[in-house]
Design a protein around this ligand. Sequence first.
Ligand code: FAQ
Length: 340
Amino acid sequence: MYTQSFSTADADNKPGPQAVVAPINAETAALMAHFDAVIDADGKIEPRDWMPEAYRKTLVRQISQHAHSEVVGMLPEGNWISRAPSLKRKAILIAKVQDEGGHGLYLYSAAETLGTSRDQMLDGLHTGKAKYSSIFNYPTLNWADMGVIGWLVDGAAIMNQIPLCRCSYGPYARAMIRVCKEESFHQRQGYEALLVMMQGTAEQKAMVQDAVNRYWWKCLAMFGPPDSDSPNSAQGMRWGIKRISNDDLRQKFIDATVPQAEVLGVTLPDPDLKWNEARGHHDHGAIDWDEFWATVNGHGPCNKERLATRVKAHEQGQWVRDAALAHARKQQQRQQKEAA
Ligand code: FAQ
């Protein structure tokens, strides 16, 4: 349903903010000029390359937030593994949740290439200092929520992530290629689960509509604040980290989703949602940004529960990390002995 073809040409050929504040000496100026030239030529920056500190910091922020989102995103769906309605749905859901864990691992690894450590990133998450996607702070109340998370949450995630496959930082871009392929399967399985429910009883259809009603607006907010209120966008676009703006991605998601909702037979809960012939896009109603910011800042319906569950899982996994380290040490000692 979503493919690389969603990644359109970059919005900007306009001059943006310059890549660094003030080069301090000739050597730094030369390094900076080289960095700018690579960015301007749409090349890739690799871990061994010099990069401005602000570029490094921006990437660590975004990639670690992304990794945290994948890992916290396992929790609402994990709650439904034991309640899946059939063996087939259970197997699919287990595979999906496992994939999200894998995405977190690729992304933590990509962030580590920038000089931050896994422990530092996890500490930020577990102490509530780091952000993760707002969407995972809402409850999953019925089985249709699993389908809607696949269809809409993964759908929004793919829309946002396909352009990241062309991000200027090599390890992030390469990780995103595999992530997007897996997210595409996630989106399809969610849509298929909903198609089946929509052919079922009136109660099943009502469950799907209820889940769509609760998740639609939250999914639109996943793309981040409006461009006019997005402090990181201009610099992110200049550096080729972000390729398409928050509002443009949100619009693409809405335009792609409306016909899918029609096929499914559900109503998207926005009375102002209608095709605008002149714009060639759908107009939509106002998003509740106060509610979004409250959720981002820790006051959503499930923030405390999600964080507590994540911290508990981390603590309960300590013995696994200890065992893996002990095994690695043993192997290293054995290899040293054999080499001696
Ligand atoms: N939630 O200036 P901008 C998934 C924050 S993965 C929470 O526009 P930026 C897979 C933002 O961090 C979903 N916070 O920022 C899955 C910034 O705060 P800061 C995650 C948000 O970075 C599916 C501030 O607002 N995907 O779903 C949100 O240029 C199903 C100002 O915003 C990614 O992370 C939000 N929704 O653009 C798993 C993709 N939006 O750091 C399980 C990579 C904004 O200055 C089940 N990330 N904020 O304190 C991105 O593309 C970007 O970081 C954006 C935000 C677009 C999210």
